[in-house]
Design a protein around this ligand. Sequence first.
Ligand code: CP
Length: 327
Amino acid sequence: GSHILSVEQFDRADIERIFQVADAMAPYALRRRVTRVLEGAILGNMFFEPSTRTRISFGCAFNLLGGEVRETTGFESSAITKGESLYDTARVLSGFSDVICMRHPQEGSVAEFAEASRVPVLNGGDGANEHPSQALLDLYTIRKELVSKDRGIDGLRIALIGDLKYGRTVHSLCKLLRLFNNIHVTLVSPVELAMPEHIVEEMREAGHKVVITEDLPQSISSVDIAYSTRIQEERFATKEEADLYRGRFRLNQAIYTQYCEPNTVIMHPLPRDSRAGANELDNDLNQNPNLAIFRQADNGVLVRMALFALVLDVVDQVDKCSRDVNW
Ligand code: CP
């Protein structure tokens, strides 16, 4: 098995394969069938930054394949606070895990850890750099949402909104979109929180049309997907600095109704910031059938099951180790 550190390691055939395996995981994710294909295997789930979805859905995905999960949450519960290096931590933990998922606030930290690890390492987010499993589940969701409209990913029109400087999910998603054709990307952010220039350049080199704007209504008026993101407060020097940008690009039902084409799909990697003054994605959208944010989270389990099955090379055995359930 190999590590999953960046979406740049994938080609289009890899993506198709991951999505095909994710589709096949549905009966297990829905608990209509159980499989024990990873019985006896241990996932080391190491999250040195807060996480709800990524940590728990990686853990659930592993459990759904029959494996067990051991968790580290936060630096406080780790010997890293005693000065232990990532190298030593990786050498030790990879001795008693079959695969490791890791989130860490520092860019490149997961790759550094992986280099010392004796088992595959999956990047659950390294600082503002990348969040590959999120980008895969986002793209998987986009594909599913557009299929019902008889569309594929090629030719996609997408607006990415919010903190595009520190938002690692949108960095990985933009890199992944380079594998497809004729994508129209509109980047909506405060100028100070713009998408890193090299990512914009690489999308243009891939032949995509990239528009950069601060005009939210205009940007969402002709897109298939409006993808909102949170101001990544934890990457700013102070909370006050983050406050300067919070709530700048709010999407709510009234704005959606006034400006969006019918059936524009609304996405967000979550968590959305529901505190007063933030609300980048208002709760009044909760009844909007095109709000796909919880479908994204659901799809995350399928995609993460697929990643484990592929990395641990058990795809062909999943069904053989399974039975129907009738709970
Ligand atoms: N989307 C995402 O990464 O959420 P968590 O921070 O809760 O894992």
